[in-house]
Design a protein around this ligand. Structure first.
Ligand code: ATP
Ligand code: FE2
Length: 327
């Protein structure tokens, strides 16, 4: 089955073609909004409106080169939510237009579910526990006994990636902060005690953020702080993950989202899984980030909900969660 996925929940507009029978990625192209100073929704909407056509053009050229047409695509899938309304609207409109013009069935999918399911797609894991750590999101998610995704723990305030980005900006490292902090942390092995806030199954990062600001103002060593912030926040999330693994009795563990690139976090995950005799795998980083292949794959999983006419229901759903979406 040839599926076209369209992603436009936040900073990324992407289109991707997936051949499901061979599990083959045929095409993927994206454009990304520069969000180093945050995302103004109006500017973000303008970006998607302006830039989607360059991606669509590349897809058209690809199809032509491969002697394919839009009519060869069996299913269209787009990110319906959660996300930023101004961005979601564009992906939804492009998807509906292509669906109507070329008579391709259309399905709207949950962006978070797609992040999780693409991990299973690449690793062949059956029923893992997930740590979803991006800029905005920090959640521990797994399927419950009824096969529905459930959030077992999360941040009570800011996302882990946002904490790293904000701290990196504070100490003059630049953006995106995560990879820069990772490099800086390698220069130190001096641990500075930092606030460690795990509340049951949740974590809180706002107090740590204020504390880091004070440490920076006092002129404490940047490399020591980078080392210490990684050790602290990754230990916090791994404590919750380990408890969730024990509670859910899951035997597989995956990390999705941009922070999954971090080697120190991966080391901690490996160590935890070794002790628990659980399996830990990684998959290509480009598919840990927002991408359209995960949307295409989620479309395949939700293909029974596809429609060719009932477009009224297919409107952006900015506030959906992984638990409530189209159950
Ligand atoms: P989403 O809408 O999926 O939540 P997002 O923009 O919030 O997207 P991602 O694009 O998934 O997040 O990831 C970006 C985050 O990942 C940034 O906060 C960035 O600092 C962090 N990151 C990237 N590489 C690393 C790394 N090597 N170590 C730690 N953090 C990293
Ligand atoms: Fe995402």
């Amino acid at each position: 089955m040839l599926i076209l996925g369209i992603e436009s929940t936040a900073h990324t507009f992407a289109m991707g073609l997936l051949e499901t029978s061979k599990k083959q990625v045929l095409f993927h192209e994206k454009v990304q909004f520069q969000n180093d100073v945050g995302m103004d929704p109006r500017k973000l909407g303008d970006f998607h409106t302006r830039e989607f056509s360059s991606v669509l053009l590349k897809l058209t050229e690809f199809l032509k080169k491969e002697h394919l047409t839009f009519a060869d695509i069996h299913l269209l899938s787009f990110s319906q939510g959660p996300g930023i309304g101004n961005a979601l609207k564009i992906g939804c409109t492009v998807a509906k237009t292509l669906s109507l013009r070329f008579n391709i069935p259309l399905v709207g999918v949950n962006h978070i579910k797609a992040h999780l399911e693409i991990g299973k797609f690449f690793t062949s894991f059956k029923d893992p526990l997930f740590l979803y750590v991006s800029g905005v999101n920090t959640q521990v998610i797994a399927k419950d006994d009824f096969g529905n995704y459930k959030i077992y723990g999360e941040t009570e305030d800011i996302g882990l990636g946002n904490l790293l980005d904000s701290f990196a900006r504070l100490v003059g490292l630049g953006f995106p902060g995560g990879p820069l902090i990772e490099q800086e942390a390698k220069k130190s092995h001096t641990y500075i005690e930092l606030p460690y806030t795990v509340k049951g199954m949740n974590i809180s990062l706002a107090g740590l953020h204020s504390h880091l600001k004070q440490c920076t103002e006092k002129g404490m060593s940047r490399e020591d702080l980078c080392y210490s912030v990684q050790e602290t926040v990754f230990a916090m999330v791994m404590e919750v993950v380990e408890r969730a693994m024990a509670y859910t009795k899951k035997e597989e563990f995956l990390i999705v989202g941009g922070v999954a690139a971090n080697q120190r976090l991966r080391e901690m995950a490996e160590a935890m899984c070794k002790i628990r005799k659980a399996k830990f795998k990684t998959f290509p980083f480009q598919y840990c980030l927002d991408n359209a292949i995960m949307i295409a794959w989620q479309g395949y999983l939700d293909k029974d909900k596809a429609t060719s006419k009932d477009f009224g229901k297919l409107k952006p759903l900015p506030y959906e969660t992984v638990e409530s979406f189209l159950l």
